[in-house]
Design a binder for this molecule. Structure first.
Ligand code: ATP
Ligand code: MG
Length: 209
């Protein structure tokens, strides 16, 4: 089959998060989605100052960025981006998406990857209706969210706002950054929950103690 690269529409996955720290749950989901949706790449974008996490202390952006860098370096389809951590003030997804459209072109398809816990929060994002026009979402199931609620919330956003939300079923991965921070604090193992390079980075920099 002859493929015309000039007209080929790019499909860019976006994995946004606090990544405090990035863990194997993020990586497994991104890898599976990249393959299933045949994305050209997945951009991991650590959030700068997350407006929704004002209540708890977030690790310095540079450390969170470095850990993602370490986690994705061996995967040719994965890339880490500084766009949000280099932006002043609170970070809003709408700004990131508008920027990515200027980089990849107006017709590029942006696929924003989220866990089931984030679906009900989408309507609290600044200019969320515009966000639904700029990108498609890829929602994956996650322990802690009832399947019934997950589907109900997705259906609501589709019907109410014409949001495009793809559901990708993954084996449930019971890993969270919260649990990893707690484990490090308590001196328990995080082996296999994060890539080895990330584990090393956490210990060498004395994070989460
Ligand atoms: P925290 O416990 O600090 O909130 P987290 O593990 O939820 O951390 P985030 O950086 O908040 O990680 O998440 C970024 C994105 O990755 C969110 O959309 C979240 O739902 C998703 N995600 C995180 N862990 C998983 C997992 N185990 N399975 C599926 N999705 C996940
Ligand atoms: Mg979270």
């Amino acid at each position: 089959m002859v493929q015309n690269n000039v007209t080929k529409i790019k499909k860019i996955g976006i994995s946004g998060g606090t990544f405090d720290p990035v863990h194997c749950g993020h990586l497994i989901a991104a890898q599976e989605i990249r393959e299933r949706l045949k994305l050209d790449k997945v951009l991991f974008i650590p959030v700068g100052l997350p407006p929704h996490k004002k209540d708890h202390r977030v690790t310095e952006a540079e450390h969170r960025y470095n850990m993602v860098f370490e986690a994705v370096r061996s995967n040719p389809f994965f890339e880490v981006s500084r766009i949000e951590i280099d932006r002043e003030g609170y970070t809003y997804t709408i700004d990131t998406l508008q920027y990515l459209k200027t980089v990849y072109g107006d017709d590029a398809r942006l696929f924003f990857i989220i866990g089931a816990d984030v679906v009900p929060e989408l309507v609290t994002w600044r200019q969320f209706e515009e966000i639904f026009r700029l990108c498609e979402f890829v929602a994956v199931n996650r322990p802690g969210t009832q399947k019934k609620d997950f589907f109900k919330n997705v259906r609501y956003l589709k019907e109410q706002y014409s949001a495009i939300i793809h559901i990708i079923k993954l084996p449930l991965i019971e890993i969270s950054s919260t649990d990893i921070r707690r484990r490090v604090k308590e001196g328990r193992t995080i082996k296999y929950l994060v890539p080895e390079s990330v584990e090393k980075y956490i210990y060498e920099n004395g994070l989460y103690r």
